[in-house]
Design a protein around this ligand. Structure first.
Ligand code: NDP
Length: 252
């Protein structure tokens, strides 16, 4: 038997595109009736909210427009700003993140290092901690951190991003120790190459460079990762999926 999401409140960060958007759609399809959609681009979040509420009877979405890197204090206290009917988050899909530039270890700028680590690590950990506090007090909840294969091994040309995703992998594993003996579950989902706006962001909007990243692969689609996330959170309550590494078939 799978776990029903019907009475669960879920928050998805980075819900304005790619994996987060696909996951929000899947959560709605799976019966989740309260969804919090967080990102910077309010227009995209509002469009997604309108679409999902139109297509799913009884679904209420809350748009939270937030730049997680620029608003760390807000992120660290986010549950307290939510209206009561959304405040008790049961499922956090901690997904907002980015890479920038080629990130060779000898070429990083301070600005890029700061943006990547603040977005992918500081904000993600602050939000996770704030939400876990509430989950622990209520005795239920599931944290899903979207890591990366870059959190499991290293390669050339991604030093800061790789460091950020190793931090997520480590935090997720440590959080599982901290929460052992409680009903809370913690999962890392570590994708390989997924065709989203990720590469476009990485190369500052240069579509040719972005496309070149995917030339050797049949990439994963955002929905493939949403599938893995939904799998983890719908397992029966006694099953904790620790880490799902999901690669494109011809990726190693
Ligand atoms: P996208 O670029 O499509 O989505 C990234 C999301 O993060 C957007 O919704 C964006 O929203 C949000 N985001 C970025 N910066 C901020 C910020 N400062 N404040 C709030 N939201 C922010 O990429 P993906 O869907 O591919 O990436 C999602 C996650 O998956 C990331 O953590 C990424 O590292 C990880 N991942 C991706 C892989 C891939 O190949 N695509 C592989 C492995 C992991 P907005 O711009 O509106 O703020």
């Amino acid at each position: 038997p799978t776990l029903s999401l019907a009475d669960r409140i879920a928050m998805v960060t980075g819900a304005s595109s790619g994996i987060g958007e696909a996951t929000a759609r899947r959560l709605a399809q799976e019966g989740c009736r309260k969804l919090i959609l967080l990102a910077r681009r309010a227009d995209r979040l509002e469009a997604l909210k309108a679409e999902l509420e139109r297509e799913h009877d009884g679904l209420a979405c809350l748009v939270v427009t937030c730049d997680v890197a620029a608003e760390l204090e807000r992120v660290a206290n986010l549950p307290s700003e939510l209206p009561a009917e959304f405040a008790e988050i049961d499922i956090l899909i901690n997904n907002a993140g980015l890479a920038l530039g080629r990130s060779s270890a000898d070429q990083n700028t301070l600005a890029d290092i700061h943006t990547i680590l603040t977005t992918n690590v500081t904000a993600a950990l602050a939000l996770a901690s704030a939400v876990l506090r509430g989950m622990r007090a209520r005795g239920r909840g599931h944290l899903v951190n979207v890591g990366s294969i870059a959190g499991h091994h290293t390669y050339a040309g991604g030093s800061v991003y790789i460091a950020s995703k190793h931090a997520i992998t480590a935090f997720t594993s440590a959080a599982r120790h901290d929460l052992a003996g409680t009903p809370l579950r913690v999962t890392a989902v570590s994708p390989g190459a997924v065709e989203t706006e990720f590469s476009l962001v990485r190369f500052g909007g240069d579509a040719d460079k972005a496309k070149a990243v995917y030339k050797d692969f049949v990439c994963l689609r955002a929905d493939d990762i949403a599938d893995q996330i939904v799998y983890a959170i719908t397992r029966p309550a006694h099953v904790q999926i620790a880490d799902i590494v999901c690669l494109a078939t011809n990726q190693s």
